[in-house]
Ligand binder design. Structure first.
Ligand code: C2E
Ligand code: CA
Ligand code: CA
Length: 703
């Protein structure tokens, strides 16, 4: 039995095995060329046959330059030179496979035989992993230094151990300023303790947290940051470090601020908008409800009188300028403790939360109204705008925003109805009336659209012949329960809400269609009322001409009834609109004649074809009131002298009729003849003018 490997050693086979089986890639070099390599080395270089590298120089199996930047050939030769003085050279080297793939290795180079410097051994260690790791580290380091995000690293006690250059750029704190400080040293004080508690809970439980933190920069400015904090655990148990990566959110926040500004402010006047006003009111009412004592506060609902007219006639650009100028006027008297905002078009709210002195609200509103005594001066023209203001008070008139606004709106409406240019307190008693008004406001557009507003016809008779002369078309709105909402209620609402053009067009169209279908004779006259609020609409008159033409009614059969108040606003434009129709043959009547302030003035200016003496004068005709009778006589004589027809309206008594006959009035209209009738009743009346069995003395025959 052999007890030593002597024979194997002697044969050298053992050493060959050692060389072939070694996992350590090994090369033999003769005069700086590879002359042999073991299989481990062949595998490292991806060789199928080791002959492929034989006789090549090490730098031929390397990239031209090494990672340090030096030339591979020069560096390799330098390593060989070292062996003249040293027994062994150890260094890192970048080889590459024949296919050009990098093979980072650590090389141990030494002479195999002491007396033969030409024969060298190179033992290689594959350092791909280490190399890759270092490369990653380098990249991370580069990122750390150059990223556009700020990075702050703290130790387990949350003290800063490093920050990157971007941290300094964003916060203003240098590395020296920051290192050693507790992580929260830039706190702005804006966040609550709970905020930080939640944040730390998440970091410690889930290992990370993301969110917005408002810190303070070194300059002392607020600094919104979008932060991502991570807990780093090396041992998978306790935390070693915290890394906070953050970006500067100032610009995003600025943008958001702009958006927020737009969401809560009116772009034209920069005042708070409806949403903001409601928020403020909600906050005020809620604050008070949590307190034992409810301090009162007031709310003023302000509406510009006649603004719609300015907008319609002068256009939106002028309209906008007027609004801005009006706001400036109001702001002169609004103090810091007050809160003003724009509800919509020409509607504003002022919340008087605190009254610096007694009667503060009243004095302020008086001052504001006074301010509007001076015209608004725009480039070429002066605009006179007045205000109607309604005031409601918390808690007396309402406990929550909507009821307070509704009450102030109601009071504003009363101020407007009373002639505008004034302010009024809301009085509870009007609550029911207000609700009805609101209901009507809501229902009216639909009623117009669905033609639930119908024309009624009130006959007019020629007093001399006793024959039917024509009719006045009057609007009627019947409810589902059969009751009627009077025009005196819905017409002003339609005017206020800008619905008059639509209402008028629908009504006149229906009336003409009916007349067109009925067998009325060619002289049958139609009278139609015109509102001031439609005279200025762009297509006023067009619907009238269209409906007439569509139903074969000659324009000379139509009289438009106009009240003086129609003409007071913007006389020139109104005249122009009417003149166009007049040229088509349509005639004009002054309605409610005698009730205005300057009836004769308008008589001169409008030069109508007819006047309708107001019912108030007719009422007194049978009472023996001599002065009244003289007035009516003078009106009739004057009208005849200048060639006008005279209609007496509101004739209810036979005596009134007789008197009008004596005074030579031309036409009469009133309940004595007939109430306004719906289409079928009116048709019947025309077919059977005198209901059998009910003859009345002196009554015109209506035939
Ligand atoms: P108005 O133009 O002066 O119309 C005459 C009003 O007097 C009508 O009231 C009519 O029903 C009423 N009336 C007629 N004869 C008598 C009478 O003998 N005694 C009494 N007590 N009243 C009489 P109505 O229909 O309620 O209309 C009221 C006002 O509403 C109208 O006054 C007019 O200004 C307005 N209106 C009605 N329909 C329309 C319309 O279609 N367009 C416009 N713009 N206004 C309308
Ligand atoms: Ca009328
Ligand atoms: Ca009238």
């Amino acid at each position: 039995m052999t007890v030593t490997p002597g024979p194997l050693l002697r044969e050298g086979r053992l050493y060959q095995h050692l060389y072939d089986k070694s996992p350590c890639p090994t090369l033999l070099l003769w005069e700086h060329r590879f002359v042999d390599c073991n299989p481990a080395c062949a595998s490292l270089f991806g060789l199928t046959d080791k002959k492929d590298i034989l006789l090549s120089h090490p730098w031929e199996l390397s990239p031209p330059t090494q990672p340090c930047g030096g030339c591979s050939e020069d560096l390799a030769k330098a390593q060989f030179d070292q062996l003249s003085t040293l027994p062994c050279a150890t260094f890192e080297w970048m080889h590459q496979t024949l296919a050009g793939v990098a093979r980072p290795v650590e090389v141990k180079l030494f002479k195999l035989l002491d007396d033969e410097p030409r024969l060298l051994v190179a033992e290689l260690t594959d350092i791909r992993q280490r190399y890759e790791f270092l490369r990653q580290l380098q990249i991370s380091g580069h990122v750390y230094q150059h990223t556009s995000d700020g990075v702050m690293i703290t130790d387990a006690n949350n003290r800063i151990i490093d920050v990157n250059p971007t941290f300094t750029r964003i916060t203003g704190y240098s590395r020296q300023d920051a290192v050693g400080q507790p992580a929260g040293f830039m706190k702005s004080g804006l966040h609550s303790r709970t905020f930080y508690q939640c944040m730390w809970n998440a970091i410690l439980k889930q290992g990370h947290w993301q969110g917005e933190i408002w810190d303070k920069s070194k300059e002392g400015k607020l600094l919104p940051k979008l932060v991502n904090i991570k807990a780093i655990r090396q041992q998978h148990t306790c935390v070693d470090n915290f890394v906070a990566v953050f970006s500067d959110a100032t610009s995003k926040y600025k943008h958001r601020k702009e958006l927020e500004f737009l969401a809560y402010h009116d772009p034209l006047t920069h005042l708070a908008n409806r949403t903001m006003l409601l928020r403020k009111l909600t906050q005020l009412t809620q604050d008070r409800q949590t307190k034992a004592v409810a301090e009162p506060f007031s709310l003023a609902f302000i509406d510009l009188d006649n603004f719609k007219l300015i907008n319609d006639t002068k256009g939106h650009i002028v309209g906008d300028q007027v609004i801005k100028a009006a706001v400036e006027k109001m702001l002169k008297h609004v103090q810091k403790t007050d809160f003003i905002g724009r509800l919509s078009g020409d509607e504003f709210l002022i919340i008087f939360d605190q009254s610096p002195q007694p009667n503060y609200v009243a004095t302020t509103l008086d001052k504001i109204l006074n301010e509007f005594n001076q015209p608004i001066q725009l480039a070429a023209e002066d605009y006179y705008a007045s205000l109607s203001i309604g005031v409601s008070r918390y808690p007396k008139d309402g406990l929550e925003p909507n009821s307070l606004i509704a009450a102030a709106d109601m009071a504003m409406y009363q101020a407007k109805t009373a002639g505008g240019n004034r302010w009024l307190y809301y009085e509870n008693a009007h609550g029911e009336q207000f609700r009805q008004q609101k209901d009507i406001e809501i229902q009216l557009p639909g009623a117009i659209k669905e033609q639930r507003l119908r024309p009624y016809f009130q006959p007019m008779a020629d007093l001399r012949s006793g024959r039917l002369y024509g009719c006045e078309i009057l609007a009627r709105w019947q409810q589902d329960d059969g009751s009627f909402i009077p025009p005196a209620v819905f017409i002003p609402i339609a005017e206020r809400k800008g619905l008059m053009p639509a209402l008028s067009a629908s009504l006149f169209k229906q009336a003409c269609e009916w007349i067109g279908q009925s067998q009325v004779d060619d002289n049958f006259q139609l009278s139609f009322n015109v509102s001031a609020k439609e005279l200025h609409s762009a297509d006023f008159g067009q619907h009238i001409l269209t409906s007439l033409a569509a139903n074969g009614i000659a324009p000379h059969r139509l009289t438009l009834e106009i009240t003086e108040s129609c003409l007071i606003e913007h006389f020139e434009q109104s005249m122009f609109a009417l003149e166009t129709l007049r040229q088509q043959g349509i005639t004009l009547a002054i309605d409610d004649f005698g009730t205005g302030f300057s009836s004769f003035n308008y008589l001169k200016k409008l030069a109508p074809d007819c006047i309708k003496i107001d019912k108030s004068f007719i009422d007194d005709l049978d009472s023996g009131n001599r002065v009244n009778r003289l007035i009516v006589k003078s009106l009739i004589d004057l009208a005849h002298d200048i060639g006008l027809r005279v209609v007496a309206e509101g004739v209810e008594q036979a005596e009134q009729l007789n008197m009008l006959h004596t005074l030579e009035c031309d036409i009469v209209q009133g309940f004595y003849l007939s109430r306004p009738l719906n289409a079928s009743d009116f048709r019947q009346l025309m077919q059977h003018p005198e209901p059998p069995g009910k003859p009345r003395p002196n009554k015109p025959m209506l035939q």
